[in-house]
Write a protein that binds this ligand. Structure first.
Ligand code: UTP
Length: 410
């Protein structure tokens, strides 16, 4: 582990020496815990506060992108399915569940996947996702490796829950957990907050950190040794997510592209969803708040929205390309946030207003790091039931309705 002297030198480079202010007063255990935290922090992330970094986040020329539409898929379904099933049966596809988020909007104090969406019986979000995977396992007769990304904050609860529920019938030899990295939280001048004399204030580093965390955990090497070539990455929110969908996998393999993204036609021009596009000729995702009114309402010759395809956090990536991407740094976004902290006098403050930034890498930025990514259109009411809020849009209430419409007993 890093020594006190090394930590001091490192912190001095970034103007964060205050982190060690109480070092001499800590117990031996607290001292080594603090050094371990310092060692794990990627301080270069603080560069995201520089104007130079922000300039690099500027958008290029945005244009509409062609998708593989539901009509195309219907026409070629036989071939796509065959190719996809072949890849799954050969063990070339693994799934990655991103479950490291804090789910603040849902306001549930446990990991989001532990939320019970059942009404007359228990049915947890994790259980819905496993049930969805089981359909492909039954169809192919093959277990598919599932890597679950947690964060330091929810790993213990998540792993404990899967064990308690006996992995909801999934083969536990095929379920692997890995913990995503943390990023420090800073005040508006870039000074890292402390939660206590020995704890640095930090939060999960965003869902874009998933691949580097997978590599660091050693799991990627294991998957590759088992012959895995493709990763189907999905979020914990969508209880209707079709995972390791043979048609999707087959369509992307057939296209020769480096990646694919499941998309749904937007419900309305102003729907708050990121859409696929071309940016300077390369695939990209533009967030709803980045779109001008003109882009929101622009139509194609056939009358459809020009920027029509919303992403649903279900991607297929080739490992070879991801390894290539991992050699370069991801863009880092800063988010204003209320950060509880220890003040100058050692008192604990819980602010009512945002008092600093947290740093996040976003998986959607990975799309623009690819030369090719196929938007693959799926039926919204069959594959998209996100749970972000307790009620209203994208909520427990709307997802329950959609689950029932899809034949799931609640
Ligand atoms: P969201 O953007 O919905 O964030 O994550 P969140 O933290 O879960 O929820 P809110 O915004 O606080 O309400 C989209 C997906 O990315 C994962 C989430 O678990 C979810 O599957 N995620 C997000 C991570 O795995 N790690 C992160 O650091 C952030």
């Amino acid at each position: 582990m890093i020594t006190y002297e090394e930590a001091k030198k490192l912190l001095a480079e970034y103007g964060q020496e205050h982190i060690l202010r109480y070092y001499g007063e800590l117990s031996a255990e607290e001292q080594s815990s603090l050094l371990a935290q310092i060692e794990k922090i990627d301080f270069s992330i603080l560069g995201a506060l520089d104007s130079e970094h922000n300039a690099a986040l500027q958008r290029g020329k945005i244009e509409p992108i062609e998708a593989v539409t539901m009509a195309d898929i219907a026409k070629n379904s036989g071939e796509y399915r065959e190719l996809g099933l072949e890849a799954i049966k050969a063990g070339k596809v693994a799934a990655v569940l991103l479950a490291g988020g804090q789910g603040t909007r849902l306001g549930f104090d446990k990991p989001k996947g532990m939320y019970n969406v059942g009404v007359t019986r228990e049915l947890y979000i994790f259980e819905c996702l496993i049930n969805n995977m089981m359909k492909v396992v039954r169809e192919t007769g093959e277990w598919i490796h599932l890597c679950v990304m947690t964060s330091e904050k929810n790993n213990e609860d998540t792993v404990g829950f899967f064990r308690e529920k006996d992995f909801f019938g999934y083969n536990s030899d095929y379920v692997h957990f890995f913990v995503q990295d943390m990023a420090p939280s800073v005040d508006f001048s870039g000074r890292i907050y402390m939660e206590s004399r020995s704890r640095i204030s930090s939060s999960p580093n965003g869902n874009g950190g998933w691949f580097s965390s997978l590599v660091r955990s050693g799991l990627l090497a294991e998957l590759k040794a088992n012959g895995v070539e493709w990763l189907n990455v999905f979020g914990v929110d969508n209880v209707l997510a079709k995972i390791a969908d043979p048609l999707f996998i087959g369509a992307i393999i057939k296209s020769g592209a480096q990646s694919g993204s499941k998309v749904v036609a937007k419900s309305a021009p102003e729907e708050r969803v990121g859409v696929m596009c071309l940016e300077d000729g390369k695939p990209s995702i533009v967030e709803y708040y980045e779109m001008t009114d003109e882009m929101l309402t622009q139509r194609t010759a056939d009358g459809g929205l020009a920027y029509k395809y919303g992403v649903i956090l279900n991607y297929l990536f080739s490992i070879a390309k991801l390894e290539d991407i991992n050699k370069t740094k991801m863009p880092i976004h800063t988010v204003d946030k209320k950060i509880p902290y220890m003040d100058e006098n050692g008192g604990f403050i819980s602010p009512d207003e945002p008092n600093g930034h947290k740093f996040e890498a976003l998986i959607l930025d990975m799309i623009n790091m690819h030369d090719s990514c196929i938007p693959y259109e799926v039926e919204r009411d069959r594959e998209f039931a996100p749970i972000k809020n307790p009620d209203g849009v994208d909520s427990v209430v709307s997802a329950r309705k959609l689950l029932e419409e899809n034949g799931v007993t609640l």
